[in-house]
Design a protein around this ligand. Structure first.
Ligand code: SF4
Ligand code: SF4
Length: 141
């Protein structure tokens, strides 16, 4: 298990021991500001089988361009049974709780973001950062 003081420093590399099993409870899908890359937007529009234009109108805030949120701050993609777009969810959601920091030479370092107080996900060391990225389908976008 990781110690708390390791949480905020970007000292993990691809080879570092790491695993996280999200239980998809949705507790952390609140008060998030999600900006989508063009590839993420296209993937989500395809997931909903709608055009990019319709997707933008239905799901993105016209002022900020971020994913719309409900009155209670819930992500617009959160449904009663968790994330409605799980197979097409944005990269930041796939990575979570990992964060990536790239230095000037393009080297990547990883850190563990603070978990929601009600998170029931299982943080551990059963794999490596690289294995988790592959399992989550994370790629540069
Ligand atoms: S896209 Fe899905 S996983 Fe990401 S914040 Fe929204 S509901 Fe949660
Ligand atoms: S709070 Fe934890 S277990 Fe629940 S959806 Fe978020 S990361 Fe997954």
């Amino acid at each position: 298990m990781f110690e708390n003081d390791a949480s905020l420093s970007f000292r993990l590399t691809l080879e570092s021991p790491y695993s996280f099993k999200c239980q998809r409870c949705g507790a952390c899908c609140n008060n998030k500001r999600l900006s989508l890359s063009p590839a993420e937007r296209a993937r989500l529009a395809e997931f909903f089988r709608i055009t990019d234009e319709v997707f933008t109108r239905e799901y993105l805030d016209p002022e900020s361009g971020e994913v719309k949120v409900g009155k209670n701050g819930d992500c617009g993609f959160l449904g009663p049974f968790g994330c409605r777009v799980h197979p097409a969810r944005p990269q930041v959601c796939r990575l979570f709780p990992l964060g990536i920091l790239r230095d000037e030479e393009g080297r990547e370092f990883f850190g563990i973001m603070p978990l929601h107080p009600d998170c029931v996900g299982l943080l551990g060391t059963d794999g490596t950062v690289e294995e988790d990225l592959k399992a989550q389908g994370v790629s540069a976008e």
